[in-house]
Design a protein around this ligand. Structure first.
Ligand SMILES: [Zn+2]
Ligand SMILES: [Zn+2]
Ligand SMILES: [Zn+2]
Length: 165
């Protein structure tokens, strides 16, 4: 594989992998397919592979990480880039801009919530291991201000224990 041109590449891992249940995966998969069809998007094998990776490894990925995943690595990186951007535009992917350490993408899972910690030194992304206190506020906003389909993305940035040493 050719050397990666980017000098501030994010690390090759996120520290937590969450698994969706079979039911959640099927439900999500149906929802995504429906949304793609509604937008006239053809489900090519490249797109199918990309969605499968995102469905079966439920965590945020950087574009570079996705381009190096099994099944996706043999594809043209430009194709993966284009598909990721399209899925982001359709709201199928959540998008976390993390400054210099890269941008992360994750399947949007409306009923399944995560918040994250990102290290600004090494770029490692970690699950917040506590219940989300913002969800209570979200419920309150929905009830009292009558907003529908509320969601939030919470990404804490700081220096991880490894880098702080
Ligand atoms: Zn999860
Ligand atoms: Zn770090
Ligand atoms: Zn949250």
């Amino acid at each position: 594989m050719a050397d990666r041109p980017d000098t501030h590449l994010p690390p090759p891992h996120a520290s937590h992998t969450c698994h969706l249940s079979g039911d959640q995966v099927r439900q999500l998969s149906d929802d995504i397919e429906e949304r793609l069809h509604a937008n006239g998007m053809r489900v090519t094998t490249a797109l199918r592979d990309l969605i499968d990776v995102l469905l079966h490894q439920h965590r945020p990925f950087t574009l570079q990480q996705l381009q190096h995943m099994p099944r996706l690595a043999e594809r043209d990186p430009a194709t993966i880039y284009r598909l990721v951007m399209k899925l982001r535009d359709l709201g199928v992917l959540r998008y976390f801009p993390i400054g210099d350490s890269g941008n992360y993408f994750q399947l949007d899972t409306p009923d399944h919530h995560h918040d994250y910690l990102v290290c600004t030194e090494c770029g490692t992304l970690t699950d917040v291991p506590f219940p989300c206190v913002v969800q209570q506020l979200e419920t309150q906003l929905a009830e009292q201000l009558k907003w529908k389909k509320l969601s939030h993305s919470l990404v804490f940035q700081g220096i991880c224990p490894d880098c702080a040493q």
